[in-house]
Write a protein that binds this ligand. Structure first.
Ligand code: ADP
Ligand code: MG
Length: 241
């Protein structure tokens, strides 16, 4: 049905966490999901290998720039969703993966290094649109947001993104212990022992709202601004963060 890619050329931005949340919430809604773990560090695959059997999920690993196109084309006809988790480095896989996507999600944390990694992806998407006429729907998802306070750097990133007319999801992904625990325990969020505690419930509500917003976007398509601002995004984010 849809190919969704998580991209940010910086590690630690929250790509794999967001990809895992999306995957497990889609499984919870009875969708069939194929994850393409394009990160040589195989974080998603390691989670999957330690998790109990999930019949509606498969994880492909060891993909490369020459093979990803064939794999995505085959899998998208067989699965409801194909989710691509990219590495946190500049990689030839980035251009291939975004070109195959129905929607690209760029997790951006409110720190300077992270804004740069996200801006590289946004620059590439804008380049493809302006130079090659390939318009790929994309959104920034603010990640690892402190649920209690809005930091100044996060506000600066939000302001610059909106000035650049970049679509930002209404739902940020909060920094929560439960999201780390999923990895440590190799479980979906809803299968954590603490899922019924107050903070566990907040984590589930956050994941639900995030996935609902992504589903709405993928079904209706996000309206991208008709023409992007002429300046590059990256230097501005660098200065602001
Ligand atoms: N929303 C979050 N809440 C708590 N910890 C997070 C969150 N997002 C990421 N982390 C933690 O930060 C680290 C890097 O996150 P990860 O999702 O692997 O980023 P990336 O895939 O972009 O490199 C991991 O240890 C992960 O558990
Ligand atoms: Mg990752």
């Amino acid at each position: 049905m849809a190919v969704i890619t998580f991209a940010n050329t910086k590690g630690g931005a929250g790509k794999t966490t967001a990809a895992l949340l999306l995957t497990t919430e889609l499984l919870h809604r009875n969708y069939r999901v194929c994850v393409i773990d394009a990160d040589p560090q195989r974080w998603f695959s390691k989670w999957y290998e330690g998790a109990s059997l999930m019949p509606r999920l498969t994880v492909e690993t060891y993909v490369s720039a020459p093979t990803i196109q064939k794999i995505v084309h085959e899998r998208r006809s067989q699965w409801d969703f194909v989710i691509i988790d990219l590495p946190g480095i500049q990689s030839p896989l980035l251009a291939s993966a975004v070109g195959l996507s129905d929607h690209v999600l760029v997790p951006i944390q409110g720190s300077s290094m992270d804004a740069q990694g996200g801006a590289q992806v946004l620059d590439l998407l804008r380049y493809l649109d302006r130079k090659a006429g390939i318009s790929i729907p994309h959104s920034v998802v603010l990640s690892r947001v402190n649920p209690a306070i809005t930091t100044r750097s996060m506000q600066a990133v939000q302001r610059l993104l909106s000035e650049q007319q970049i679509h930002v999801l209404d739902t940020p992904i909060a920094e929560r212990g439960a999201f780390r625990e999923m990895f440590d325990l190799h479980r979906p969020l809803r299968k954590l022992d603490g899922a019924l505690t107050a903070s566990g419930e907040k984590a589930v509500l956050n994941a639900e709202a995030f996935v609902q917003e992504v589903l709405t976007l993928v079904k209706t398509g996000v309206k991208q601004p008709p023409a992007y601002a002429q300046t590059r995004i990256m230097p501005e984010l660098e200065t602001a963060a």
